[in-house]
Ligand binder design. Structure first.
Ligand code: PRX
Length: 631
């Protein structure tokens, strides 16, 4: 990691300062002051955040750190759904809208906090009626409908551990997750809707449970008419289990360290990891970041375009926003159906104020052209967010100019399934630097270090690490504590995130990509993200992915796969122009030796490019686990 990165070549020296009113009205008005307050007494800082929430019994100790294991809010008792629901439904926010859902066509529904509270309690009682108990694992495999969120909250209400599996996964991936988590119950739907078509889900569950001995019952939300038949022995209807149950369901009193959920994340190699999250610390972490990072205000209409099947959905569709009393918008609609104006139309119709999406979506919109967003009134937008992969400067600029009309701060949030909550970003009101996620939020200690844990100099690449435990950190990897320990022992006393990053003179962190995506060309370390960022900065390029190809002389050469923007056609001339462009941007060492024009790139369902699939195809070898591949 000794290579010197020229930060200028990947980021831009430009920085944008939002209108001063953002800072004046922000929850965190002075980043430096708040950060110093946190550092001077982390326990007091987190204790103060936790006291904004309701507990049945306060904790004896904020943090118990027994490297590499942490306990937070020791002996505190709570139920996260009390904070997501009762706290608002029984107070002044009872008639505030908690959830707005839009399906395809005319389909739509909304729930006030009081209605959501009652819906969750009734379903929780239904779950109890069919035998779900505290500590049982319930696998949720559902489309993006309100019942998916109701199911998660109902599990949490009664102390069952949910394991949400994104409904785009196939039977094999679902089967692995059910078996590994020993799920006793599965909640699913007959179909999900995608681009005007009904996608069967129940059939996938049928296949996945044939070899899942732990599964006792399957609860099915039947959306279609006439309703599909259920197999009486193990299948029950989502709505029928609520018949005759009481409305009231007292929340289980949970210990702060009791388990809240498992969520599987794909490792760069090997089987998916069951990341384990607990009740108390997770609640405090997602509440804090929801409030401070999105600078949530009473009348915001907040839209996170993720699915609850991913950590982004867990933390920033369900638990964070509801703990903070937000109005959450969700939709089953895809961005490009029935036309590429679909999402912008929703922003106009719903008067969305906070819009949180992924760079891959932004780049897709860039490719489709400005005319689509320009047809709609996006003036309700106040804050834009990004997550999942580096927001390259060109995508930042486009998001900032075309969507935010240079008014809206962009919070590029770096975090992970394991982290549970936002870790690094540029808080609303602070100067933003395109290409840089920003700094550790108050509550987090992050740095960029070499392999021995020594901080690297400004402009030098290194490993992105977290130096202190944080409340919403995962507690282990299910049935594989060794994998958990590896995160903390790769560099002693430090959590190694597996990402490469670089810091500038102001301490802003640019995330370059995964450490395992680094390509060594002629002894030089090159992050795929750098090369891709350089390619995407060319006016003809919409998306790019770079891989290393073994080469007898240089060790590796770079090959790039490129999707062109509308209006550009592949040619040898353009190929040479792109190579020249990267050479001019990054220097000769990072110049791709080969460029292939493609129409699509293999991506995980959360939008990350699976470079190892491209590489395997290129080399004619087995791509390994591709259960997270989108198509
Ligand atoms: O490589 C980083 C990238 O996504 C990884 C975590 O993936 P996952 O656990 O699926 O969670 C995604 C949603 C939080 C990280 O190790 N990543 C996430 N956010 C960013 C990012 N890379 C750069 N910038 C980000 N804002």
């Amino acid at each position: 990691m000794a290579e010197k990165f020229d930060v200028k070549s990947i980021g831009q020296e430009s920085s944008y300062s939002p209108d001063p009113s953002y800072k004046q009205n922000a929850w965190v008005r002075d980043y430096n002051w708040t950060y110093r307050e946190f550092l001077s007494n982390p326990d007091e800082f987190w204790g103060n955040v936790a006291r904004e929430l309701e507990w049945y019994k306060p904790w004896d100790k904020v943090r118990d750190w027994n490297y590499p294991y942490a306990k937070w809010f020791v002996n505190g008792k709570l139920n996260i759904t009390y904070n997501c629901l009762d706290r608002h439904a029984l107070g002044k926010n009872r008639n505030k809208i908690a959830l707005i859902w839009r399906g395809e066509g005319e389909a739509g529904r909304f729930y006030t906090y009081n209605q959501l509270y009652k819906a969750v309690m009734r379903f929780a009682n239904g779950l109890k009626k069919i035998g779900v108990k505290r500590g049982d694992c319930v696998c949720i495999y559902m489309p993006l409908v309100p019942e998916q969120i109701i199911a998660m909250l109902a599990c949490a209400r009664i102390g069952a551990i949910h394991n949400v599996v994104f409904a785009g996964f196939g039977a094999g991936a679902l089967n692995f997750r059910m078996n590994d988590a020993e799920a006793k119950f599965v909640i699913t739907a007959d179909v999900g809707m995608r681009r005007g078509k009904a996608l069967p889900l129940k059939i996938i569950v049928d296949e996945a449970i044939t070899n899942a001995p732990s599964v006792e019952r399957v609860i099915v939300l039947r959306r279609q008419e006439p309703p599909i038949e259920l197999h009486q022995e193990i299948e029950v209807d989502f709505n029928e289990i609520m018949e005759g149950v009481e409305v009231d369901c007292k929340p289980e009193v949970m210990d702060a360290e009791d388990l809240l959920f498992y969520l599987y994340t794909s490792g760069s190699t090997g089987a998916p990891k069951g990341v384990v999250h607990t009740c108390g610390g997770y609640m405090v972490g997602v509440y804090h970041t929801m409030k401070c990072v999105f600078d949530l205000k009473e009348d915001d209409i907040y839209w996170c375009t993720a699915d609850p099947g991913w950590i982004t959905g867990h933390s920033y569709i369900v638990y964070g926003p509801l703990c903070a009393g937000a109005t959450v918008f969700i939709t089953e609609r895809t961005p490009d159906f029935p036309d590429p104006g679909a999402w912008w139309r929703l922003i106009e119709e719903q008067c969305i104020t906070i819009f949180y999406t992924a760079p891959t979506a932004i780049r897709m919109f860039m490719k489709l052209g400005e005319e689509w967003p320009n047809k709609y009134d996006l003036s309700s937008l106040r804050i834009l967010g990004s997550v999942g992969e580096p927001l390259n400067p060109e995508a930042f600029e486009w998001h900032y100019q075309v969507i935010g009309k240079t008014r809206c701060p962009i919070v590029d949030t770096w975090w992970q399934t394991e982290a549970g909550m936002h870790m690094i970003t540029t808080l609303v009101g602070e100067p933003m630097k395109p290409g840089f996620a920003g700094k550790a939020i108050p509550g987090v200690v992050a740095d960029v270090v070499d392999k021995n844990g020594r901080p690297v100099q400004t402009g030098q690449g290194g490993f992105l690490v977290i130096k202190e435990p944080w409340p919403s950190m995962f507690r282990t990897v299910l049935k594989n504590d060794e994998r958990y320990r590896k995160y903390w022992f790769t560099i002693p006393n430090t959590y190694t995130a597996g990402d490469l990053a670089v810091k500038d003179t102001d301490g802003y962190i640019m995330v370059l990509g995964r450490a395992d995506d680094v390509i060594i060309v002629a002894g030089h370390n090159i992050g795929t993200a750098e090369v891709e960022s350089a390619l995407v900065s060319h006016r003809a390029v919409a998306e790019a992915a770079a891989i290393g190809k073994p080469d007898p002389l240089k060790g590796n050469i770079l090959k790039a796969f490129v999707i062109l923007r509308v209006g550009h056609t592949p040619s040898d001339k353009l190929r040479s122009e792109l190579i020249h462009h990267v050479r001019m941007t990054l220097g000769p060492i990072a110049m791709p030796s080969e460029i292939e024009f493609v129409d699509s790139l293999p991506k995980t369902r959360s939008g990350k490019i699976m470079r190892r699939v491209l590489k395997a195809k290129e080399l004619g070898i087995d791509p390994g686990d591709i259960s997270t591949l989108e198509d």
